[in-house]
Design a protein around this ligand. Structure first.
Ligand code: HEM
Length: 406
């Protein structure tokens, strides 16, 4: 018996590659059979516009980690992005030496001790959100009531952005996220994303002017001090790092908490193990990241000619690394389609790898360990209202709603 249908070899002729951001409902619900087909039959695939897609774990790792092979940009601009308006000065869009300078400045706010100091605050926030959600009712929504307010509150507080403005960002950040995949943007989406970027830039410009007179110990003040100290950070770079953090730390964490809760509720034996031994929350979150993480993949550009899967690919070719496919590669993960919280996850790539390894990984882990750990311990009868998935308007794998019974 196959739980996933065997690959259909007869599709080879017309196979078009994978659209990692497909909105086709069956593919969005479960992209993994399609990725399996790609990984086994077209592991290094040339798309009709001449880009390449990589589906095997070893190839994805090499593209991300070997800086002689994969770089982030060509002259600072991702192919397809509009140089004039794209907020391309975020560290993720930069190569060395600019990347190292920006990362060093921002990472001051993200040291593991700084993150650990946030732990009691995050726990209090989660307790408060769950108190409100479960107040006298038998149902609530994991996304609206927990997964969305938690990361946005934490990142706003870290940056020193007024919490009362949080609602403004929810849609703007989701729209701007689409700019991370400029080559597949539709024209209407491009306009929506640029409009949202313009509004957020205007908002942060005003906030920075105001903050300059009342510097505090928040991350925005730290960045302003770096700007004022000389040529280490330009005004534009400052605004873009702040916006980038808001985007990077917000949607992704919603996806991890939502997809993670769903995976646990769909796998009651694994959930029972976690409830019996709450210390398993750390490995359980790593399995959530591997099994159905929020990021389908990422782009690089070839720094020099390179060979993948016996094919020589020319310098400057845009490459898509399918993280979601790498996570189901049986060469690395035994029985990859099973959700097993105690497996060895050390090779997962949910936070990327190499120079651009996620700066917020420690924060994301802590927030989701506390959120999911508290949720499943506090509500022993927690159950999904429906198995149907309700997807959000995001580039990432993020559910818009996840109704549960308690
Ligand atoms: C579950 C949550 C998260 C996931 C799955 C995630 C994933 C990733 C991935 C895959 C990358 C690398 C992209 C690439 O190499 O192309 C990345 C980079 C980054 N992430 Fe995260 N992230 C998460 C949460 C956060 C949070 C909470 C923050 C900060 C508040 C954050 C800040 C960043 C930054 C600043 C970078 C760029 C690092 C650099 O270019 O050096 N992320 N993230």
């Amino acid at each position: 018996m196959f739980s996933v249908p065997p690959p259909r070899l007869d599709r080879d002729e017309s196979w078009q590659g994978v659209n990692p951001f497909s909105r086709v409902p069956e593919i969005r619900d479960n992209p993994y059979p399609e990725l399996k087909y790609a990984r086994e039959h077209h592991p290094v695939h040339r798309t009709d516009v001449g880009d390449y897609q990589l589906f095997r774990h070893a190839d994805v790792v090499r593209l991300l980690k070997d800086t002689k092979v994969g770089v982030r940009t060509t002259d600072g601009v991702l192919p397809g992005a509009d140089e004039a308006t794209y907020p391309r000065r975020f560290m993720l869009q930069q190569d060395p030496p600019n990347h190292a300078r920006l990362r060093r400045l921002v990472s001051r706010g993200f040291t593991p001790p700084a993150m650990e100091r946030l732990r009691p605050h995050v726990q209090a926030l989660v307790d408060d959100l769950l108190d409100r959600a479960a107040n006298g009712v038998a149902h609530f929504d994991v996304i609206d009531d927990l997964a969305r307010p938690l990361p946005s509150t934490v990142i706003c507080q870290m940056l020193g952005v007024p919490l009362s403005d949080r609602e403004l960002f929810t849609d703007w950040t989701a729209q701007i996220t689409h700019l991370l995949a400029p080559r597949i943007l539709s024209e209407p989406q491009r306009l929506k994303s640029y409009d949202a970027a313009a509004k957020l830039i205007e908002y942060f410009n005003a906030l920075v002017i105001e903050r300059k007179s009342t510097l505090g110990d928040d991350l925005l003040s730290t960045l302003i001090r770096a700007e004022e100290a000389g040529d280490r950070l330009t005004g534009e770079e400052l605004i873009v790092q702040a916006i980038g953090l808001l985007i990077a730390g917000f949607e992704t964490t919603i996806g991890l908490i939502g997809n993670g809760v769903r995976a646990l509720l769909m796998n009651p034996d694994e959930l029972a193990k976690l409830r019996a031994k709450p210390d398993l929350i750390a490995p359980a979150i790593e399995e959530c990241l591997r099994y159905d993480g929020p990021i389908a993949g990422t782009m690089r550009v070839l720094h020099e000619d390179a060979e993948f899967g016996g094919i020589t690919i020319a310098k400057n070719t845009p490459m898509f690394a399918s993280i979601a496919s790498a996570h189901r590669d049986p060469r690395v993960f035994k029985e990859p389609d099973r959700f097993l919280i105690q497996r060895d996850h050390s090779a997962h790539l949910a936070f990327g790898g190499g120079l651009h390894f996620c700066l917020g990984a420690h924060l994301a882990r802590m927030e989701s360990q506390i959120a999911i750990g508290t949720l499943v311990t506090r509500f022993p009868k927690l159950a999904l209202e429906s198995e149907k998935q309700i997807w959000g308007d995001s580039l990432f794998r993020i559910q818009a709603n996840l109704p549960v019974r308690i």
